[in-house]
Design a protein around this ligand. Structure first.
Ligand SMILES: [Zn+2]
Ligand SMILES: [Zn+2]
Length: 189
C-alpha cells in the first residue's frame, strides 16, 4: 500500500480515493483506517480520532481512540494540557466517554470556568495581595527613597494601598513625616 507521511499535518496517509474520509488528493489518514478497523464500522461524520500518547505517528490500535465529536476532543486536550485527571470509558458504540471532575478552586472549592487555573479569581486575588506586600524592611527603604506613586506602579497597587501597608507595619505614611525624620530617627523605626 502507498503509505505517505503528510508533510503539512504530520500524519501518515494512504491512497484510497473511494474512502468516505478521503481528502481531495485521494489520501486517507491511516489513523482513521485503524479506528474503523477497531470499531469494525465506518466512522460517523462527527467522530474524531485521537492518539492516546500524543504521538500522531503512533497508529498502533491500542494508541487510537474515537471520541464522539469535536467538543469532546477539545475537552480531552484541555484536560491533558492542564494536567487534569481524567478517565476514558468505552461506550457501547466503541467510542470513548471522558470521565473527569469539574475543576474547582483548590482553596475554597468553588467551580472554575477554565482548566488551567487552580484558584478562583477571588482566592487568586487574595493570595496575590499577600505575595505583593513587601516585607517591612523593604517597604521602609522604599518609602524613604521613592515617591508613593512610583512605588504604586512598581507593586501594581494604588498609592492608597502603599499607605495601608505603612500603617500595617507602623511606618509613617505621610510624605512630610517621612522627610522630616533624621536618618537616626528613621533607623530607629
Ligand atoms: Zn487528540
Ligand atoms: Zn477560591
Amino acid at each position: 500500500m502507498n503509505k505517505v507521511l503528510y508533510c503539512r499535518r504530520q500524519y501518515y496517509a494512504i491512497y484510497m480515493p473511494e474512502h468516505h474520509r478521503a481528502h481531495k488528493d485521494g489520501y486517507v489518514y491511516e489513523h482513521v483506517l485503524i479506528a474503523e478497523y477497531k470499531l469494525q464500522r465506518p466512522l460517523k461524520a462527527q467522530e474524531v480520532v485521537h492518539h492516546l500518547d500524543g504521538n500522531k505517528l503512533n497508529n498502533s490500535p491500542e494508541n487510537i481512540v474515537v471520541l464522539k465529536n469535536k467538543a469532546d476532543h477539545a475537552l480531552l486536550h484541555k484536560l491533558i494540557d492542564a494536567n487534569r485527571f481524567y478517565q476514558l470509558l468505552e461506550d457501547d458504540d466503541g467510542t470513548v466517554v471522558i470521565i473527569y471532575d469539574k475543576p474547582t478552586c483548590i482553596k475554597c472549592g468553588n467551580p472554575l470556568s477554565g482548566y488551567r487555573a487552580h484558584y478562583c479569581q477571588e482566592c487568586a486575588r487574595k493570595m496575590q495581595r499577600k505575595v505583593l506586600r513587601p516585607s517591612r524592611d523593604v517597604l521602609k527603604i522604599d518609602i524613604r527613597t521613592t515617591p508613593f506613586t512610583t512605588l504604586a506602579a512598581k507593586y501594581h497597587v494604588s498609592d492608597k494601598a502603599i499607605r495601608k501597608w505603612c500603617k500595617y507595619y507602623h511606618l509613617p505614611y505621610k510624605r512630610s513625616e517621612i522627610q522630616q525624620l533624621s536618618d537616626i530617627q528613621w533607623n530607629a523605626l
